[in-house]
Ligand binder design. Structure first.
Ligand code: ZN
Length: 136
């Protein structure tokens, strides 16, 4: 069972451009930018309380996020729940017949293990499970 919201993912064309609203208008701090080659994206985290806003920019035209931007334009992309064990959650969900994008966990930004639930299984909301692996 998820313990809390980890982050909220926003699809953007350009992180630097999109971050201006969050830093200059809202006054949040940009927590650094990281590339996730696995998902062909670049992500920027802006912490707010226990949650983070995650700006996601595709680094390749065949990135799923590039396809999302093409279809829907920039905006809300996914919600991420923090879990203790992504692998166990995926197995439990698959066992319950829940449709998953990822059949097993993969590496995410900032040393995490992640998996996506298919939006068809979650009322149209792309849902990410995140396990923090700690630092180092
Ligand atoms: Zn995410």
């Amino acid at each position: 069972m998820p313990q809390k919201i980890s982050h909220i993912g926003i699809a953007v064309h350009d992180i630097e451009e999109a971050a201006k609203f969050y830093t200059e208008v809202l006054g949040l701090e940009l927590g650094g930018v990281e590339e996730v080659p696995d998902q062909k994206v670049k992500v920027a985290f802006l912490p707010i309380g226990e949650v983070r806003i995650e700006l996601v920019q595709p680094t390749s035209p065949d990135s799923p996020v590039a396809k999302f931007l093409e279809k829907s334009g920039p905006g809300f992309h996914h919600i991420a729940y923090q879990v203790e064990d992504t692998g166990a959650e995926v197995e439990r969900m698959l066992g319950d017949g829940v449709r998953m994008v990822d059949q097993k966990p993969r590496g995410g930004a900032h040393n995490t293990r992640i998996a996506f639930v298919h939006p068809k299984a979650s009322g149209g909301v792309l849902t990410e499970l995140v396990q923090e692996m700690g630092h180092g």
